[in-house]
Design a protein around this ligand. Sequence first.
Ligand SMILES: [Zn+2]
Length: 374
Amino acid sequence: MRRIAAHYLIDRGQVIPRPVVECDDEGRITRVEQWERLDAMPSTEFYAGALTAGFVNAHSHLELSYLRGAIERGTGFGGFARAIGMVRGNYTMEQRKQALAAASAQMWAEGVQAVADIVNDDSSFEHKRTSPIRYRNFAELFGLCTAVDAMDYLTRESDTTLTPHSTYSLQSAAYIAAAQNDTISVHFMESPDEEALYRGEGSLAAWYSRMGWECDFLHYGSPAKRLIGQTAPKAKVLLVHGCCLKDEDVEQILHHFTTPPTFVLCPQSNRYISGLRAPAELLMRHGAHIAIGTDSLASNDNLSILEELKLLPSVPLAERLRWATLSGAEALGMSGEIGSVEVGKRPGLVLIEGITREGEEWQLSPQATSRRLL
Ligand SMILES: [Zn+2]
């Protein structure tokens, strides 16, 4: 049994002062109270900072961890995709496995409890089987000429289901087959080229035409309309990036799905690749469900949820932390077990140091850090 006290607990969008969290030896929360006098609490650990539930990284590609620092910044989406293709073969499997294990260990130490992870091969599975992090894998079908069954060898792994890569990289039969699962994770409107393709313009259209590839889905007219046209209303959908979303896209999407989709923001990756901004304000205006992801080390210097949150300073801190914990857990169907500090859950417990306060406004200082206590 442990009793952990701190200055604040930030949980489910609320800031609770003077928390004491008690848990059993398995990390299950048994009691949450507020302390009055620290000297009246023997055998209680005290931390100067804020507690929060373990984070959920709602979008990552752990297997690309070996590409840290290998891809130039600011080349835009086309340049990024080309660069990945060029450097991908330069590393041994041993190097790749070491890099992903190190990145995963660091995520755990910094407080990540669960990850929605995109897989294109099986290099990360061995590590994930013994990792304390709960990995929910999405085997990604990708490529206009790719066969529908190309990822079948990956979906035999537990917690792994098929997902379509995006609304621009798969023909209709492959997209529809990959979108059949209960939960899917789709890269969506990350760059202006995705929508331009539907008008026959931009770098994707030029690339496809050079290769002689024809798309059988452009009659939908836009990425949002294709998403709606080829994804069942009952699907639970994670839509990743969304930098180029407009109000009408969000309205159409929210209207179509019976379970509100989760928009996963990856602000550090957007800054790295294109300088575009994550659409937090737009999505909040529509009351959309939002979670936080890091994308991969190919387009990020770290897989730190806290560093992602630092790039969203206009959003109240308690709300940002809700996106990084409970929202992600809900999107992955894990909110019964993790995502908030409630009796009966095993959410992990994270200490954030470096929070500043001016009046009612709470912010993360540039030096703020997170570390796992439980
Ligand atoms: Zn991604």
